[in-house]
Design a protein around this ligand. Structure first.
Ligand SMILES: [Zn+2]
Length: 312
């Protein structure tokens, strides 16, 4: 492990004013990370889907689900699935997933790419990525640069993850997937977001070390770990990181910390669970609209969420 290089990357990140928001935000996100880390997986009976869904079936079920919650969103969903650009290329592209193909489904340069393998998970991913597309709202500044609003940057994943949770509950309630399928889906999402929570914790500790004026060395990381009580949720995570170095290796590989990216999934997991447990469709639609509003004020949106969800 090249700790010198790691020290340099963390120093650069800490010194870049653009990261102030993410660094300050970490203190708010850390309790959420603890919550996600502590959340238990539900045991699955069988690690296998009960059935497969072809693409048409999947789109139909998503359509029926949306129809049961919001007419406007349903129309927009169907329109974007059918829409093509000026070169007659679709906005939403479905690509059969092959075993050797590891690309993630994503929204990139205004186009959605779904890698499809007929599993119930893919239904969630279609909705997830299409929701990103539907609340896409570049803010254009005076110099014609386009960027993402803070609200969308931080709460876009929340909308998409909430959509996934509502859809999976709907599929279960309608008897389309089994309870075991639902458990696999929940564990899959939780597992991914536990990894994001781990990333935020490791990044935050590296930054804390740096901002306290210490160099990032193996010895200093050990000292930091030992400053925690053994019962602290951070203790096993930091120890685990020192053993497998998976977060630090990824930081070295990318040449940068990406605290913001991991933070937004952690926020998403916590908020989405809250919204889906309360079956709060109205707040979900409202948040989707705020995320899609270029003039949205994140401080206002967060205040609003906190007022409604006192436990957060
Ligand atoms: Zn996403």
């Amino acid at each position: 492990m090249d700790f010198k290089m790691l020290d340099k990357i963390v120093t650069n990140y800490a010194n870049d004013n653009e990261n102030n928001f993410a660094i300050k935000n970490s203190s708010e996100v850390m309790p959420m990370c603890e919550k996600v880390i502590k959340e238990p997986f539900v045991p699955v009976i069988e690690d296998k889907w009960s059935r497969t869904f072809n693409l048409n079936e999947s789109i139909n079920y998503i359509y029926n689900f949306l129809k049961s919650i919001d007419e406007e969103l349903t129309v927009r969903f169907i329109n974007i699935i059918k829409a093509v650009d000026e070169n007659n290329q679709p906005y939403v592209n479905f690509i059969p997933r092959q075993d050797n193909l590891t690309s993630d489904s994503r929204l990139e340069n205004g186009k959605v790419y779904i890698y499809y393998d007929n599993s119930p998970k893919e239904m969630l991913l279609i909705l997830h990525e299409v929701l990103h597309k539907l609340n896409e709202c570049p803010v254009i500044d005076e110099e014609n640069n386009s960027y993402t609003s803070f609200t969308r940057e931080y709460l876009g994943e929340t909308v998409s993850i909430t959509g996934e949770m509502f859809l999976s509950n709907y599929l279960y309630e309608q008897g389309i997937i089994t309870g075991n399928d639902l458990t696999i889906l929940k564990n899959w999402r939780l597992n991914a977001d536990k990894e994001h929570a781990r990333n935020v914790i490791v990044d935050n500790e590296l930054l804390r070390l740096k901002l306290s004026g210490e160099a990032i060395t193996k010895e200093n990381i050990y000292k930091l770990i030992n400053s925690y009580d053994k019962g602290s949720p951070y203790y096993p995570i930091l120890l685990d990181e020192l053993h497998d170095l998976r977060r630090t290796t990824s930081i070295l590989k990318n040449g940068e910390l990406n605290l913001r990216k991991s933070q937004k999934y952690v926020i998403g997991q916590v908020l989405a669970e809250n919204l889906s447990q309360q079956n709060n469709i109205a707040d979900f639609i409202e948040l989707h609209n705020e995320v899609g509003n270029p003039d949205s004020d994140i401080v206002e949106v967060v205040r609003n969420i906190r007022e409604k969800h006192r436990t957060l």
